[in-house]
Ligand binder design. Structure first.
Ligand SMILES: *Cc1c(COP(=O)(O)O)cnc(C)c1O
Ligand SMILES: [Zn+2]
Length: 488
């Protein structure tokens, strides 16, 4: 829609200007730092940052209804910079000029309702929000759109020079980083560190195809992360892991979209999300809190974090009911089909602890729950979902497995409706489905295929060499196999 055709009071605000005052705020010592530097942890105390808008009160000058109308009308505006996660510009990074925003089609992913059969099987109404329908096929694109738009903005400042963006990854962060860096072109080169043999062939192919330097490290993600941290501490590089607080900002859009989908009424909603490095759950909690602060929503939805038993440090932390007695201990991970969440020492844990405290303070002690599930439950849930028309990856299966575990444990009331994060596209993790179908899981995964979920192609052999008769022969074989009834 053309600008002139919007209501007059909306026109004024439709195209936002960079009026924010963002600083890095250390979560440990409270120190603040200028965003003109590439900083990831506090130089004083090594604490993690969140980005804080010191001018946030200007947003509170408008009531919640104003923001709801603005965001809803903005959906009709055809300006590419505002088509993706920056639809919620004022809440994401209101310091980046629109001309520096990179939009590759991220965000606004579909929320697909479970059909009747699936709803009955699971015992509750729920949706999958398909974040696998982002450009590099995972939710990581939300954060990269923000982080790379910021780098693009920074690169245009005098004396900035060429930048090297670097990240460690369980596969999807590197795919997203490489894609957005490739779009930016000459100014930014990208290098990604992957745990050798611990990403899927599809995930490995993505950064290679985008032209990134791909460096493989023996070990697991946690080993790669240590190397990248060392590089970020000692060299001029732009770190694109979720330590990067711009990424968290971009990922908050997931919460904003859910709120918008439900017309800002989040009563009786449960948001299920797999936890790996814990950036995503951080962003989701922060996003909903921000909406509550502005009066855009009146109620916080419940947040249900899900971990595999093979990589469950966050679950273990919250097992202790007494807050004062909780101690965070990293775990050594075991092989997991939810490979993108196979992390023993989640970088964002301090953010989670802090935000979960704030969240439960405002929405009640049961507003944040972390459950654990087995590898078997993850695979079975993924296959169950996809047999009902979804495109969940193994981590999406983990979300459903966690939702089912919460129902079984009596944690959810009958009216509560789930929104389950299908964090990546099914096809990225297709090898695990194949292992299930072929019954070739190595024993450490502890997955035994259920025959009712297995599926195989069946090769037909023509019984004749005569090309004329071959079609008829194959058709007859298929008619017999499928029990087809001849026409009248
Ligand atoms: C990164 C990732 C996760 C884990 O998200 P965190 O922010 O690290 O907790 C889950 N699923 C997929 C597909 C991912 O790429
Ligand atoms: Zn500090």
């Amino acid at each position: 829609m053309k600008l002139d055709d919007f209501p007059k009071d909306i026109q004024l605000h439709l195209i936002p200007r960079p009026t924010g005052d963002l600083v890095y705020r250390c979560l440990e010592c409270g120190a603040e730092y200028d965003i003109s530097q590439l900083l990831y942890t506090c130089p004083k105390c090594k604490g993690l940052f969140l980005l804080e808008d010191k001018a946030a009160d200007r947003l509170k000058a408008h009531p919640g209804i104003f923001w709801r109308r603005l965001f809803d009308y903005r959906k009709m505006l055809n300006i590419p910079a505002l088509k993706g996660v920056f639809l919620f510009y004022e809440l994401i990074a209101p310091v980046i000029p629109l001309t520096d925003i990179i939009y590759l089609g991220e965000g606004h992913t579909p929320q697909v309702a479970a059909n009747d059969a699936l709803r009955e099987e699971v015992g509750r109404a729920f949706y999958f929000k398909n974040d696998g329908q982002n450009p590099s096929a995972s939710f990581k694109d939300r954060g990269m759109a923000a982080a790379l738009s910021y780098l693009n903005f920074l690169a245009k400042q005098p004396g900035a020079g060429k930048m090297l963006a670097i990240c460690a990854s369980t596969g999807d962060t590197s795919a997203a980083a490489a894609l957005y860096s490739a779009y930016l072109g000459k100014q930014i080169a990208s290098a990604v560190l992957l745990p050798h043999g611990k990403v899927t062939p599809q995930q490995l192919a993505q950064p290679l195809g985008s032209g990134a330097r791909v460096l493989e490290v023996p070990g697991v993600f946690d080993d790669c992360m240590k190397v990248v941290e060392n590089l970020a501490d000692n060299y001029q590089v732009a770190l694109l892991n979720s330590k990067n607080s711009w990424r968290i900002r971009g990922q908050e859009s997931y919460a904003y979209e859910i709120a918008q989908y439900f017309d800002y009424d989040l009563q009786k909603k449960v948001i299920a999300v797999p936890i790996g490095n814990a950036g995503n759950i951080t962003a989701i909690m922060q996003g909903f809190l921000r909406l509550l602060d502005l009066g855009v929503i009146e109620e916080l939805p419940r947040v249900l974090g899900v971990q595999s038993r093979h990589a469950n440090p966050v679950f273990r932390y919250y097992l202790e009911p007494d807050k004062a007695k909780r101690v965070f201990k990293p775990v050594t991970v075991q092989p997991s089909v939810a490979q993108a969440a196979m992390i023993g020492a989640p970088v964002s844990m301090p953010r989670v602890i802090r935000l979960a405290e704030e969240y439960t303070r405002r929405a009640g002690a049961d507003a944040v729950t972390v459950v654990e599930v087995t590898e078997q439950e993850i695979m079975d849930s993924m296959l169950l979902a996809n047999r009902h028309g979804h495109i969940a990856c193994t981590q999406g299966g983990e979300s459903l497995a966690g939702f089912r575990a919460a129902i079984k444990a009596g944690l959810l009331s009958p009216e509560e409706v789930g929104v389950l994060d299908a964090t990546a596209h099914h096809l990225k993790f297709i090898g695990f489905q194949q292992m299930y179908f072929d019954n070739t899981f190595p024993p450490e995964f502890e997955v035994t295929p259920k025959p009712e979920y297995q599926n195989r192609p069946q090769l037909l052999t023509p019984q004749t060499g005569d090309p004329e008769k071959k079609t008829q022969d194959l058709a007859s074989q298929i008619a017999a196999l499928l029990n087809l009834t001849p026409k009248g």
